[in-house]
Design a protein around this ligand. Sequence first.
Ligand SMILES: *Cc1c(COP(=O)(O)O)cnc(C)c1O
Length: 371
Amino acid sequence: MTDSSVPLAEAGGRLLIDLQAISDNYAQLAARVAPAACAAVLKGDAYGTGLEPAATALWNAGARSFFVALLAEAKRLRDLLPQAEVFVLNGLFAGTEQVYDQYDLRPVLCSQDDVARWQDYCAGIGRPLPAALHVDTGMNRLGLSATEAIHLAEGRDEFRFPLALVMSHLACADEPDHPLTARQLEDFRAVAALFPGVRASLANSAGALGDKSLHFDMVRPGIALYGGRSRRDTPPLRPVVRLELRIVQVREVHEGETIGYGAAQTARRPSRIAVLAAGYADGIFRLAGASDGQPGAEVVIAGRRCPLAGRVSMDLMTVDVTDLPEEAVRPGDFATLIGEGIGVDELAGHARTIGYEVLTALGRRFHRRWV
Ligand SMILES: *Cc1c(COP(=O)(O)O)cnc(C)c1O
């Protein structure tokens, strides 16, 4: 599948998204957590890989429950997958109740106010519509407190809608043996026990790849499906994204001259510099650039790793190709920034961030192909 909005001949780079790898990663996780169900998180345009293609691949691989952050994403998903169970994580925004109803979507209720408004809506239309409940166990981001959950459970007979899921979110599962994970697990066990017969879900990717005790009835992986690292102690599953950037020019730089903005890097020898047609406007972080004191990210050209030289600019970046044979680097060739052994997490490390941010930042100016 190709997004023809940017023809390859006009694009500064091409982004190849391996849908088979997404399916394989799903199958691997689903097998690992069985008999727990494996849902899929599709927020952030499926972590930059494209909501529709990723959702189709995941549905075909057997996923039936999906999580997105926002209602707009959920509506797109519903148009694509009429049978899917779709949860919206960011809470029930006032005035959107009717949209959930119309599209058969499940709000993840995150506060007492959310619960009250859903109750009122269901009472008003005289139909009990299922919703999920998010209970906070130590993340301190979204969710009712444990005390609020207890109050709610005690008055449960008054519920005018069925609970489809009770969930919480792990803050530190990427760090094996972080003490907060054990505390959250214990608290979530107590929360889940308040709602017997309701499916329970705690684990993100790191939890799904962690101990079985974290799996409950359903796991909610995101990053692991898209080939990013989720735990310090576990290598990522199959890589999904490959990014190749167009070489627009190769130039000679004399020893002692500087390269790019801020004259941040000085040529220590007569050098050849390849100029690539992508930069921070495409989501390639400026922090991944190089300076005299600090090497930056690398790209692969003609099978060899080459270091960035100088800063990443808005639409361009520069690479030292002095060590490659002259005929190996020509304008019109492509340099691989993600792929050929360079993972999203390696690139993220050079930009002092995480694979999640690299994937979701990848811009819309690339030629995109789903294979
Ligand atoms: C993003 C998110 C997930 C998925 O997290 P990963 O670390 O990408 O697996 C699961 N649950 C909630 C509530 C989330 O916000």
